[in-house]
Design a protein around this ligand. Structure first.
Ligand SMILES: NC(=O)c1ccc[n+]([C@@H]2O[C@H](COP(=O)([O-])OP(=O)(O)OC[C@H]3O[C@@H](n4cnc5c(N)ncnc54)[C@H](OP(=O)(O)O)[C@@H]3O)[C@@H](O)[C@H]2O)c1
Length: 237
């Protein structure tokens, strides 16, 4: 895939979304950022603008709101005009202990991880088809190998995977839709208990957690993988 693409990054202020946005900007793509936190969006936009001193466009939207897809499309139309590709790296991975699982936990995680991204792709389908675009979404190895205390999150990621695989068929052959199912990444803030972390890491055959750079490398490779659609590449399992 040639650089110089216009790429919408959902969850752009997160660890992985910001890593992807920086990598794409470095290779000459034009990124449009979206998330909720204005301060983080402004800071990152200043870093990844198309020219030194010019900021990248961004749109603030809460994917839990019904209006989010429309808000993001409006922001794109008013700034960069159209998009060619989308990277979906949004949303929290909340702990929802089974004993206290609530309807709201399921409703919210499904809205943020699956309903809003799928409706957004639907709303931008014309752009993607015209650009012969591609979508790459981050999902979780836990969908096929579940772990405890995350029923809502894993259900939502499963819905995203199924929805995007269906869209890979709906949008073929013009648009490619693929996913990366991740194991656990190193998190210097969260990894406070070394023993617990060691136990978790040794569940992986590689015996360690992944880095942001390792995931970014796979996302960019999958954006460029012109003979792949409907695929879920696993890393860090
Ligand atoms: N890190 C891991 O170990 C790991 C493992 C497996 C899968 N994943 C998946 O990879 C993706 C990125 O992970 P990450 O570690 O980069 O997560 P992160 O650092 O927590 O970032 C999450 C991003 O989503 C945005 N976000 C959260 N709630 C939102 C909402 N309601 N509306 C709009 N944006 C929202 C956040 O921005 P604002 O707060 O500004 O809105 C942020 O930009 C996620 O889908 C995650 O499930 C991560």
């Amino acid at each position: 895939m040639n650089p110089g693409r216009k790429v919408l990054v959902l969850g752009a202020t997160g660890r992985l979304g910001s890593g992807v946005a920086r990598a794409l900007a470095r290779r000459g793509d034009r990124v449009v950022l979206t998330a909720r936190d204005r301060g983080k969006l402004e800071a990152l936009a200043g870093e990844v603008g198309p020219l030194p001193g010019s900021a990248a466009p961004f749109v603030r939207a809460d994917l839990g709101d019904d209006a989010a897809p429309e808000t993001i499309v409006d922001g794109i139309r008013r700034s960069i005009g159209r998009v060619d590709d989308i990277v979906i790296a949004c949303g929290p991975s909340p702990r929802t202990p089974f004993d206290s699982l609530r309807r709201e936990d399921l409703r919210h995680t499904l809205a943020v991880h699956a309903v809003a991204p799928l409706l957004l792709v639907h709303a931008l389908a014309g752009d993607l088809v015209e650009a012969r675009g591609t979508i790459v979404a981050l999902t979780d190895a836990g969908v096929t190998r579940p772990y405890t205390n995350h029923v809502a999150y894993l259900t939502a990621k499963g819905a995203l995977q199924t929805g995007l695989r269906a869209l890979a068929v709906e949008l073929a052959p013009e648009v490619r839709v693929n996913m990366v199912a991740l194991g656990i990444l190193v998190d210097p803030e969260a990894d406070a208990d070394p023993l617990q972390m060691h136990r978790l890491a040794t569940r992986s055959p590689l015996g360690r957690f992944g880095s942001v750079e390792e995931v970014v490398h796979v996302v960019v490779s999958l954006l460029d993988a012109t003979w792949a659609t409907g695929e879920i590449w696993g890393v860090g399992r």
